[in-house]
Design a protein around this ligand. Structure first.
Ligand SMILES: *Cc1c(COP(=O)(O)O)cnc(C)c1O
Length: 242
């Protein structure tokens, strides 16, 4: 329902603006997370964001295949596409061709593969290093101590642009408890930006905890549910996402 989407977008925008004001920080970028949503839902939200004056709304997808289908369906929209799901090396070529940003770079092999496959006619691929900030066994992302090495490898690639860090903290039921992880990310980001001033993006915060993430310096929040409504309980999708 366009009306519902408009109201949700307005509510999310207000939350972001208010959180930034409270934290006395610039208003972060909104990444609309479209997993499980079809292209028409994305198109409706994109139209609203364009009407609100955003020149190039950012959308995030978890799967290369799903993103390719949606990007084809929305080829007219001036959308900035971000990959926010785990990337297998054998999909690096397709990802390097399709996306404007890859937020989930967590190993040297992926750096090399994305650089090799980024088409010469495109701008350098923007990349974020994904950090496993809670040191969870099952999670993707590099260890915090591996960030400098990966950053050096990315910065050495002219076909890649090192833009910062991304994290998905452990889903603690109390958002305040996630704030400690966000604070550790902020420290890691500040250390990175001191060395690489082009690193200007800290991607963290989702529907349930974007206020806490913004308080700790998020410059980009990734929001699905609060924009599109609850996802259908699709266990297959959930399992694939983890
Ligand atoms: C699904 C997802 C989000 C959005 O989560 P919501 O709680 O629906 O806002 C953000 N980041 C990643 C990596 C995701 O997979």
């Amino acid at each position: 329902m366009p009306q519902d989407t408009a109201q949700r977008l307005q509510a999310v925008t207000l939350r972001i603006v208010n959180a930034a004001r409270r934290a006395d920080r610039p208003v972060p970028q909104l990444l609309a997370v479209g997993k499980t949503r079809d292209a028409s839902e994305l198109a409706a939200l994109c139209a609203l964001r364009l009407a609100a004056g955003e020149p190039r709304p950012a959308f995030g997808e978890n799967y290369v295949q799903e993103a390719a289908a949606k990007a084809a369906a929305l080829a007219d929209g001036p959308i900035e596409w971000h990959l926010i799901g785990h990337l297998q090396s054998n999909k690096a070529r397709q990802a390097a061709e399709l996306f404007d940003w890859v937020q989930t770079v967590d190993r040297p092999r992926l750096v090399a593969a994305l650089a090799r496959h980024r088409p010469a006619e495109r701008a350098p691929l923007n990349v974020l290093v994904q950090v496993n900030i809670d040191d969870e066994e099952s999670k993707h992302g590099c260890r915090p101590e591996d960030v400098p090495g990966l950053a050096d490898a990315i910065a050495a690639q002219p076909r890649l642009a090192l833009r910062g860090l991304m994290a998905i903290p452990a889903p603690h039921p109390q958002p305040e408890r996630r704030r400690a992880a966000f604070a550790r990310m902020r420290a890691a980001f500040e250390a990175l930006a001191a060395e690489y001033p082009q690193a200007d993006t800290l991607s963290m915060g989702m529907s349930d905890d974007l206020e806490e993430a913004i308080a700790e310096g998020a410059t980009l929040v990734r929001v699905g549910t609060a924009l599109f409504g609850p996802r259908p309980p699709d266990n297959a999708t959930r399992a694939r996402a983890e």
